[in-house]
Design a protein around this ligand. Structure first.
Ligand code: PLP
Length: 383
């Protein structure tokens, strides 16, 4: 048998989530973020569907990801968020660079001149994320310098939120304020600049951040970056956006499945898996699953997650191994080898969300989706 679970990707759910993003923001211009192989969902297939549903741009982290999309025949404009190496490939594949230092802009200008080929670029400003981008205090000088360069047109201005989240909006509002300052600087130097800032969290909670385009990732795959539970409402404006968030009902698009490899019957008092961290408290039926941490199922979920079999939850019991995991199916009873097991997603009326696994694993749904999705064999439904 082939190793690892199957990730079933529901493309109609992704289309639905794109429509939800449009509905929330009322903007037609969507830059769909498909980095890390579409958050584990497969960038090529996901991009095709997103473009068909009206995404205006795609965004990836590195040029290799953009090249893969071009090789698959995807013609939509692609913004490359982080890469400043291999400048020539931007021209070869007509990609849109995001520039965050003057030196890189110069390199683009030089390459453009050599090829007698204009380049459209987006400028990134660091309004408080503390990652890439021009410092606010440098923006005026940098824009003057770039404005004088030949063969370069500044077509976009972007920034990224450190925390568009739920507990405190003041930092995000400060970032928006800075972004507006950068916009004003740029408005004097360039015409029709596409301004974009909103990631999924901002789409959910910060209408002030929508500008000309939104740049969601996670929500397209069916998860809000903000937990549905424990919404801490601070003020009236915030309350309204929170309600938008709750009403938005996204559809998770990934289901990760496997099949029971073997069923074992253990006497009471039998240790299960490495380190004997689980000892049966009764005579038990244990399903052995052909999935382990090497398949992106985090080992930290040992004794701390459920899988779904026959529509019921079965607790992961004992340590998750490299290639196998044990689940206690004693309560489920009527279980056979070869039965379908859902590790992430819905089976009948029971669901294990990426939020649940993330919370148990001490991480975020982004990491659950990318680690499981990028290591599973993907199949697509509703394409
Ligand atoms: C990943 C990323 C996004 C999308 O963020 P989500 O939280 O997934 O919506 C947007 N912009 C930049 C620069 C990113 O790196």
């Amino acid at each position: 048998m082939e190793r690892g679970p199957i990730a079933e990707i529901d493309l109609s759910a992704i289309a639905y989530n794109l429509r939800t993003a449009k509905k929330i923001t009322g903007t037609g211009t969507i830059i769909a973020v498909v980095k890390a192989d579409g958050y584990g969902h497969g960038a090529v297939e996901v991009s095709r569907r997103l473009v068909k549903e009206g995404a205006s741009y795609l965004a990836v982290a590195y040029t290799s990801e953009a090249i893969a999309l071009r090789h698959a025949g995807i013609k939509a404009p692609i913004i490359v968020l982080f890469d400043k190496n291999n400048i020539e490939v931007y021209f070869k594949y007509s990609l849109i660079p995001v520039v965050h230092d003057v030196k890189t802009a110069q390199s683009f200008s030089k390459e453009a001149k050599a090829g007698k080929h204009n380049v459209n670029l987006h400028i990134k400003v660091d309004t408080g994320m503390g990652r890439l981008g021009f410092n606010m205090e440098d923006i005026e000088k940098a824009m003057s310098a770039i404005g004088k360069m030949n063969f370069i047109s500044v077509k976009g201005l972007m920034s990224h939120f450190s925390d568009a989240g739920i507990s405190d909006r003041s930092y995000a509002l400060m970032q928006i304020d800075s972004f507006n300052k950068a916009r004003n600087v740029l408005a004097q130097k360039a015409k029709s600049v596409l301004c974009h800032m909103a990631n999924s969290a901002a789409v959910m909670t910060l209408p002030e951040s929508y500008f000309d385009a939104i740049r969601p990732g996670l929500m397209l795959y069916g998860y809000s970056p903000i937990q549905d539970t424990g919404c801490r409402i601070q003020d009236a404006g915030y309350r309204a956006s929170c309600i938008v968030h709750h009403a938005s009902s996204l559809k998770p698009s990934m289901t990760v499945k496997t099949k029971i490899l073997s069923i074992r019957r253990f006497k009471k008092g039998t240790p299960v898996s490495y380190g004997r961290t689980f000892i049966t408290a009764r005579e038990s039926l244990m399903a052995v699953l052909p999935v382990g941490y090497a398949d992106g199922y985090p080992r930290v979920l040992s004794n701390n997650a459920d899988v779904i079999i026959r529509g019921k939850r079965a607790p992961v019991s004992g340590r998750i191994c490299m290639d196998t995991t044990m689940a206690d199916v004693t309560e489920i009873g009527d279980v056979s080898e070869g039965d379908e097991v859902v590790l992430l997603g819905r089976q009948k009326n029971t669901a294990v969300t990426a939020f649940e696994l993330a919370e148990r694993a001490g991480t975020i749904p982004y990491e659950i989706l990318t680690s499981l999705g990028n290591k599973s064999r993907r199949v697509y439904i509703n394409g």
